[in-house]
Design a protein around this ligand. Structure first.
Ligand code: ZN
Length: 179
C-alpha cells in the first residue's frame, strides 16, 4: 500500500465532478489498489474520510473510518466503509450545525449545517449494491465526502464565515462553546 499525496484547496481536481465507475473498472487492479491506498492515506493523515479527488483521482470513490482519531477526538467509532458511485437518495429536512475540517483544507474548522439523517445508495468494493441509513456523525461525514465527488468543499457551505478558525484557535476558543 502507498500513502498518496493529498490535493489541497485551489487544486482544480477538487472542483470537478468525479467520474462514475463501471463494474469492469471496479474489479480492476488499479481501482482496487487505489481503494487500499485511499484507506492507508486516510489513516496516515488521521482523517475520518477521504474522497478520490482528494488524491488526484477524479473518480466516485469515498472511504470513511473513525477509530480514536486525533484530528477528531470527539468522533464516535465507525468501522471502515468503502463506497463507489454513492448517491444520497434521502435527506432529512432537519439539519444541525456542526464543526467540520478537511484534509484538503489543512488546519481549518468551520460550522456547516447538515441533514441529521440521510440514506445513501452505492456499490461496495466487490461490486455489490449497498444502502446505508445514517444519522449523526456518520451522516455528516457521508455528506462531506459525497460533496467532494461533486466538486463541493465544506468551506462552500459554512453558514457564517466568522466561525472559520484554525484548529488551535478552535480548540482554544470554540470547542466547549455552543455554536
Ligand atoms: Zn474533505
Amino acid at each position: 500500500m502507498s500513502i498518496l499525496k493529498v490535493a489541497r484547496l485551489g487544486n482544480p481536481v477538487l472542483r470537478q465532478k468525479a467520474l462514475l465507475l463501471t463494474a469492469e473498472e471496479i474489479k480492476s487492479l488499479f481501482v482496487q489498489k487505489l481503494m487500499d491506498d485511499m484507506v492507508a492515506t486516510m489513516r496516515e493523515y488521521e482523517g475520518v474520510g477521504l474522497a478520490a479527488p482528494q488524491v488526484h483521482e477524479s473518480k466516485q470513490i469515498i472511504v470513511i473510518e473513525s477509530a480514536g482519531s486525533v484530528r477528531y477526538s470527539e468522533a464516535p467509532n465507525i468501522p471502515l466503509i468503502v463506497l463507489i458511485n454513492p448517491v444520497i437518495s434521502y435527506y432529512s429536512e432537519e439539519k444541525a450545525d456542526g464543526w467540520e475540517g478537511c484534509l484538503s483544507v489543512g488546519d481549518f474548522r468551520g460550522v456547516v449545517p447538515r441533514s441529521t439523517s440521510i440514506k445513501v445508495d452505492a456499490i461496495d468494493r466487490n461490486g455489490k449494491k449497498v444502502s446505508i441509513d445514517a444519522n449523526g456523525f456518520l451522516a455528516v461525514v457521508l455528506q462531506h465526502e459525497i460533496d467532494h465527488l461533486n466538486g463541493v468543499i465544506f468551506v462552500d457551505k459554512i453558514k457564517d464565515l466568522k466561525t472559520l478558525s484554525f484548529l488551535k484557535e478552535y480548540e482554544r476558543y470554540w470547542i466547549d462553546r455552543k455554536i
